[in-house]
Design a protein around this ligand. Structure first.
Ligand SMILES: [Ca+2]
Length: 274
């Protein structure tokens, strides 16, 4: 029988080679009961079509991993994590859906490939977010300003490039930068600019002696000091950390105003701005 078929094929009329139409959508491979999702060639689509195709592919992936397309069900925690990451940047769907197709086809050819497919999926959260900042500034910090220490908090606050924070501090509480000096507030001594100073931490326009300032340190080691006073905003130019402090070269001799035992002490709030 086999020989006959071969003979027949060998002697059959030669068909011209037609290019096969590209496979797109849910396709069942061979005798497998499992359908695999074939994405379109994303690069050939215009912007709008491409976005739609990403969205359709995304739905297909989630449906398959959640067991809605036959025999496969993936770990729901992993699926949820990957889902969230892709929703944050839908262009990531393109690579995921292509790789998923190859694992799906391997599985369709032999169910023993399930473990490989699963382990690929589990590896995605790390792979898909590699090099990205995942420590956005998201909490509101409420504290007191300490005027006699260098930078606070001791454990610097983490922030991602592009994150914006608003810093507000009580404007009326008074302190001195040295014994006998003038009583000033978090707005600093507005009569003494420190723009261009080589000793003060804050030395750009808008910096005043004794003012409340933010110190930002990028992950590449660049330090920037930004004047904030009683109300200011700060946008992180890169991923990094920040602290706050007083624009003074000698914090150790600074002192809050003591009104008959009642010590003034400014509170500070640092909150994310959407
Ligand atoms: Ca001082």
């Amino acid at each position: 029988m086999l020989l006959t078929s071969l003979f027949f094929v060998a002697c059959g009329p030669k068909k011209p080679q037609e290019p096969e139409a590209p496979k797109v959508g849910w396709i069942q491979e061979g005798e497998s009961s499992l359908a695999c999702y074939y994405p379109p060639n994303f690069a050939s689509l215009d912007t709008l079509e491409r976005k739609e195709a990403q969205s359709t592919s995304f739905d297909a992936l989630i449906a398959q991993w959640n067991g809605e397309k036959g025999s496969v069900t993936m770990n729901s925690d992993v699926v949820e994590t990957v889902e969230t990451i892709m929703l944050g940047d839908m262009s990531k769907v393109e690579g995921v859906v292509r790789d998923n197709l190859s694992y799906c086809k391997q599985y369709a050819a032999g169910p023993s490939a399930k473990a490989t497919w699963e382990s690929w999926l589990s590896s995605l959260p790390v792979k898909l977010t590699e090099g990205e900042c995942n420590h956005h500034y998201s909490v509101t910090l409420a504290h007191y300003v300490e005027v006699d220490v260098d930078w606070e908090p001791a454990e610097p606050l983490r922030i991602c490039g592009g994150d914006k924070v608003r810093v507000r501090a009580a404007p009326a509480d008074r302190y001195q930068l040295e014994p006998g000096g003038p009583w000033i507030t978090v707005n600093g001594n507005t009569e003494v600019s420190t723009a261009g100073s080589e000793t003060h931490p804050c030395n750009t326009d808008g910096c005043f002696e004794g003012q409340l300032v933010i110190r930002f340190q990028s992950k590449d080691g660049e330090t920037t000091v930004i004047p904030v006073g009683s109300d200011g905003t700060f946008s992180a130019p890169a991923d990094g950390v920040f602290t706050y402090g007083i624009n003074d070269i000698s914090p150790e001799n600074n002192k809050w105003y003591n009104a008959s035992g009642l010590i003034e002490h400014a509170d500070i709030r640092i909150e994310p701005v959407q």
